[in-house]
Design a protein around this ligand. Structure first.
Ligand SMILES: [Zn+2]
Length: 408
């Protein structure tokens, strides 16, 4: 289903609704005269309230909740600073530069409570606003649990991205049993520069941002960078799924599992990652599974090897122990399990045990000369012909890996 520019109209309607004055009269003389919100995506929401009473107004609070994945419903309460008076114009600005940003179309419910010196109290009815990026005329395309929003490129551009997203979800479900528990929103900006305009503290190298708690991704994909974009979408969508299904207040995932699953879902591993693995096996310079459980190195070469090993570790676990065990592992992490304990419970070995088994597996793959060219990586042979293209793709992917920021 494609709704051309429907979002913009909806948003305008919503904002008109929000900006309408509200008049709430208590039995006393305490009255809300006006309430409004001004949005400046992506950095600010300014809430305004006018109220009057027969006596001094002494207490004004703004309450709001944001629709996001969390362990419990959280309502924020803001005590407004003002001079007590029978007539008050109060304002409070939510400065996202201090709190971190929200993805486009985030829903915020808010209401006010006001009290006067006689103890009269008024609570306004909750209103909902959507914090939108109105700089672009968004189109949308929905299939299953995924909605793609884009503004440059024709329908076939969006359909190709949608096909890649669905294929990634199907692959992830087949191999791990994991699926989107909450609908995902993908905002496809037309360039890195455009997507940086949707971010609070953009860096020149930032290609996008994944808001895992909001099930949203914002990414810059020019229509002529579609191949890179499809891989990036598969990768980041996997992070959304995995974070949704393992979210708990106690413990995160080991980095190798999170990144390995994301790379595995992209499809065929790019040749340069294989080259890094092969070299590390030959030089006995593989990184330990224990080290790969922490955030990866910022150094290009070591980070590339870390991604390559992560992908291989995940493939080792899926190929040898199957989908059921991977699902059990993810569910164990959801319960807040530690890294060693989760592996021990599901597979019967800890991180060091996995390290030993995986080293045997990878060494056997890469030290048999004919295996590296035909038996183990038959697809690589086909890929070699297009090596120049693949290299470019790999460079783009590596750039993506570092250029990506994850936001909570
Ligand atoms: Zn990643």
């Amino acid at each position: 289903m494609i709704n051309k520019a429907g979002i913009l109209a909806l948003v305008v309607c919503l904002f008109l609704g929000i900006l309408s004055p509200v008049s709430v009269q208590a039995h006393s003389g305490l009255t809300i005269l006006d309430s409004s919100v001004q949005a400046e995506f992506p950095s600010k929401l300014s809430f305004n309230l006018s109220a009057q009473s027969d006596v001094n107004i002494t207490d004004i609070r703004l309450h709001y909740t944001v629709d996001r994945l969390s362990f419990a419903q959280v309502t924020s309460e803001v005590y407004i600073d003002f001079v007590p008076s029978p007539t008050v114009d109060a304002q409070w600005t939510w400065d996202m530069r201090k709190t971190g940003g929200l993805p486009p179309e985030s829903s915020v419910d808010y209401w006010w409570t006001v009290e006067d010196a006689d103890g009269n109290r008024v609570e306004t009815a909750p209103l909902q606003l959507q914090f939108d990026d109105l700089r672009y005329p968004w189109h949308s395309l929905t299939e299953g649990e995924v909605t793609i929003y884009w503004y440059e490129g024709d329908n076939s551009f969006a359909q190709e991205i949608m096909a890649a997203a669905q294929q990634a979800l199907a692959r992830l479900a087949d191999d791990t049993g994991a699926y989107l528990e909450r609908p995902a929103r993908l905002y496809i900006y037309a360039s890195a520069q455009d997507v940086q305009g949707a971010m609070i503290y953009p860096q020149e190298w930032t290609g996008g941002v994944a808001f895992t708690r909001y099930a949203a991704i914002a990414i810059g994909i020019a229509p002529d960078k579609l191949d890179w974009g499809k891989r990036a979408i598969a990768h980041e969508l996997t992070h959304l799924v995995i974070h949704q299904m393992t979210l708990n207040p106690y413990s995160g995932l080991p980095t190798w599992l999170d990144e390995g699953l994301a790379m595995h879902t992209e499809g065929l591993i790019a040749p340069q990652f294989i080259a890094y693995l092969s070299k590390a096996v030959a030089e006995n310079s593989l990184i330990s599974v224990r080290s790969l459980s922490s955030p990866f190195s910022a150094y290009a070469g070591e980070a590339t090897l870390a991604y390559a090993q992560s992908c291989s570790l995940v493939e080792f676990l899926i190929a040898n122990y199957g989908q059921g065990k991977m699902l059990e592992l993810l569910n164990t992490f959801r319960q807040g399990s530690g890294y060693d304990a989760a592996l021990q419970k599901v597979y019967g070995f800890d991180m060091d045990g996995l390290d030993t088994l995986w080293r045997d597996y990878i060494t056997e793959q890469y030290q048999t000369p004919e295996a590296t060219t035909t038996a183990v990586h038959p697809a690589l042979v086909g890929t070699l012909a297009a090596l120049a293209t693949a290299l470019l793709l790999w460079l783009a992917l590596v750039a993506e890996s570092w250029a990506w920021r994850r936001s909570w």
